[in-house]
Design a protein around this ligand. Structure first.
Ligand code: ZN
Ligand code: ZN
Length: 149
């Protein structure tokens, strides 16, 4: 066959309807991925407490470029992580400020100056007969007013 016939055969090959179907399928596939990105960005942005609708629209309009911009600019932490960490810090602060300790008998959290455990009624400290400050049971003298016991 000559060159012309050869090229004609190639053109015929690409005129087969399967090519059109493949291209449609490919475009359809790209649209699905694109819409998944829009949804993913919307969800991710909401979790990170940033403007979800704005970013979803940005990805919808700008497509992959919007996605790249979002990945660069998105806040680094999930809002749940931030809330959890703040709660943990607050709990630590409460612990530090109130000088909590554990009851030696029942293990519940109690304040250091409790005279008696409010959970199991174990006697924890005596109060000084003169100044009323809480004293450990084994102290021989009140360190606040020097009263000997
Ligand atoms: Zn107790
Ligand atoms: Zn005292």
């Amino acid at each position: 066959m000559d060159l012309f016939e050869y090229l004609n055969n190639i053109m015929d090959f690409f005129k087969l309807p399967i090519w059109r179907n493949l291209i449609y399928g490919f475009v359809f596939f790209l649209i699905i991925i694109w819409l998944s990105f829009v949804y993913w960005v919307y969800r991710d942005a909401r979790l990170r407490n940033t403007s979800a609708v704005f970013w979803a629209l940005a990805v919808f309009v700008l497509n992959y470029l919007g996605l790249v911009i979002y990945l660069i600019l998105r806040p680094p932490e999930f809002i749940d992580d931030i809330v959890e960490r703040d709660l943990e810090i607050k709990r630590m602060e409460v612990l530090l400020n109130s000088k909590l300790t554990q009851c030696p008998a029942c293990g519940n959290e109690i304040k250091e100056d409790f005279l008696i455990c409010p959970y199991c009624r174990k006697k924890l400290k005596n109060s000084c007969s003169k100044c009323g400050k809480p004293l450990s049971l084994d102290w021989k003298v009140c360190p606040y007013c020097k009263t000997t016991r």
